[in-house]
Design a protein around this ligand. Structure first.
Ligand SMILES: [Zn+2]
Length: 317
């Protein structure tokens, strides 16, 4: 699932491509009984209302809050998107294909069976990532006339809704603060009365926004704190270090276009590179890369998630 740097990468891409563009049309084939009566485009009735409100409006700004994407329109409305497990936006030239009943990029999608065997096709897909069959699960499209913004979502877990601008504070009332906004003092205060294992507490979206499995593993590895450390026993100065390292690692990942160890793609369909900088995440059974540490990375279930860490240099408080 995309975490803060991946969502920020998408927001940066959208800011570059869609701000100033006018919405000509909008399309979806999401339709789920489970969402009937809910404020989701997966309810066809809501989608009709959604369409009426946004067609003709212009995009004025794109922001990230936690792992959410907010597309601000010039009519005080905001399109709120959560990519969830497999959702990713793609920006380019698409046309609606009546036979397939979906949107197809220029050049069409490459046949996945042929792609496996054909090196030339693999090269073509690297140059024109929108034609990658990985991106063909299109369930939502904003049509900007010359270009289209499509949402490919293989598992159909992504969510899209519409808000009034003034509803935003209420929607995010329970969402934890943004790491980049925090001072050392704020950060200490957040963990002051918390109980539990540091990895679990750190990943709780009501405690801090946008931190998931990858970045919690990487940050704790870097500062030498065992993920099962009890929050109340960790020395104060470690929290100062944790905040500084969090900002450093998240910035580094944003600069490298996010982490594509799993499904993440940017809006051009390209992979990020942060997976090449991992020190702990998915590196179990490999040698710890910390200087002068000869530990081995191991994995263990911590709370509901699997944590990766080095027992040798990560101290359990
Ligand atoms: Zn180590």
């Amino acid at each position: 699932m995309p975490e803060l740097p991946e969502v920020q990468t998408v927001v940066n891409g959208l800011t570059d491509k869609i701000v100033g563009l006018k919405i000509k049309d909008v399309w979806t084939d999401y339709n789920s009984k489970y969402y009937l009566g809910k404020k989701s485009i997966k309810d066809p009735k809501f989608f009709r209302k959604f369409k009426k409100e946004i067609v003709g409006a212009k995009v004025v700004e794109v922001q990230r809050r936690a792992k959410n994407i907010l597309i601000f329109l010039d009519n005080q409305k905001v399109i709120l998107v959560h990519l969830k497990m497999t959702g990713h936006f793609l920006f380019g030239k698409y046309t609606f294909n009546k036979k397939e009943k979906t949107y197809i990029p220029e050049g069409g999608f490459v046949d996945p069976k042929k792609l496996k065997k054909d090196k030339n096709l693999q090269k073509q897909v690297l140059e024109k990532p929108l034609t990658d069959p990985f991106n063909k699960f299109i369930h939502f499209v904003i049509d900007f006339e010359k270009y289209q913004l499509t949402l490919s979502d293989m598992r159909k877990f992504a969510s899209v809704t519409l808000l009034d601008k003034n509803e935003i504070p209420e929607i995010f009332r329970k969402t934890g603060p943004e790491i980049f906004d925090l001072s050392k003092k704020d950060f200490l205060k957040i963990f002051e009365n918390k109980k539990g294992k540091i990895k679990t507490v750190f990943m709780n979206p009501e405690v801090v926004a946008g931190i998931g499995n990858i970045y919690s593993d990487e940050i704790l590895w870097e500062i030498g704190v065992h993920p099962e450390s009890e929050v109340s026993k960790i020395p104060e100065e470690k929290f100062g270090e944790m905040l500084a390292v969090s900002k450093k690692i998240l910035k580094k990942s944003i600069a490298s276009g996010g982490d594509s160890m799993s499904d993440f793609r940017n809006i051009e369909g390209k992979k990020g590179k942060f997976q090449n900088s991992h020190k702990a995440y998915k590196l179990e059974k490999t040698k710890c890369q910390k200087k002068n540490c000869c530990g081995i990375i191991e994995k263990k279930q911590i709370g509901q998630r699997i944590g990766r860490f080095c027992k040798k240099h990560q101290i359990k408080y």
